[in-house]
Design a protein around this ligand. Structure first.
Ligand SMILES: [Zn+2]
Length: 197
């Protein structure tokens, strides 16, 4: 099955029986359906939510201590949890990855990444102070001025595009929402660190 269709599943998480992969009645695409209890295990895209924490014109980035993209720089972001809002998720991820308190501002960017079933949302944010330090998922956390942004070692394309828009908007003096779609990387592109996002 195509990678973007469904993660593999063998057993029902409710009753432990094997699942079939088939189109349920009144549906139009294949789902994992339990052969015993009949539960339909729907799979839907994940939300990746994060912040663009700013302090006096500088941006806080985290160097990843985890795969994928271990050792590369990114904005604080991660999987949204049940029971929270997107803004709460952005603040929580910033606290977890950088031990930093932020006030979340406007939604700044949205990127669809359909080949890995993700939607990335990044909010503008203001740091409360410079009391930050690496969380367990970060090797290093620091503020970068625009000229110091490590463009060659950014981890993900949504982060790269968001930062490019951010500094361009700041030069224009007006911040506006940006959105786009992230296609799969071509094999040739993955050879280059600078294009690996
Ligand atoms: Zn079942």
């Amino acid at each position: 099955m195509p990678a973007n269709q469904s993660a593999n599943m063998k057993y029902c998480s409710l009753c432990g029986s094997p699942v079939d992969f088939r189109i349920p009645q009144d549906d139009n695409r294949a789902r994992h359906v339990c052969t015993s209890c009949g539960e339909i295990h729907y799979q839907n895209p994940k939300m990746i939510v994060g912040a663009i924490p700013e302090w006096q014109g500088n941006i806080l980035l985290c160097r990843r201590a985890i795969e994928p993209r271990h050792g590369l720089w990114t904005l604080p972001a991660g999987f949204m949890e049940n029971g929270e809002t997107t803004a709460e998720a952005a603040a929580r991820e910033t606290l977890e990855e950088a031990n930093a308190l932020v006030t979340i501002g406007e939604l700044y960017s949205l990127y669809n990444v359909p080949h890995i079933n993700q939607v990335h949302l990044l909010f503008r944010a203001t740091l409360h102070n410079t009391n930050f330090s690496p969380g367990i998922e970060s090797l290093e956390v620091r503020l970068f001025s625009e000229q110091d942004i490590p463009w060659e070692t950014l981890a993900f394309r949504p982060v790269r595009f968001t930062l490019q828009h951010y500094f361009a908007d700041r030069r224009k003096g007006i911040f506006q929402f940006h959105t786009g779609d992230i296609p799969p990387l071509q094999a040739a592109q993955t050879d280059s660190l600078t294009k690996r996002l």
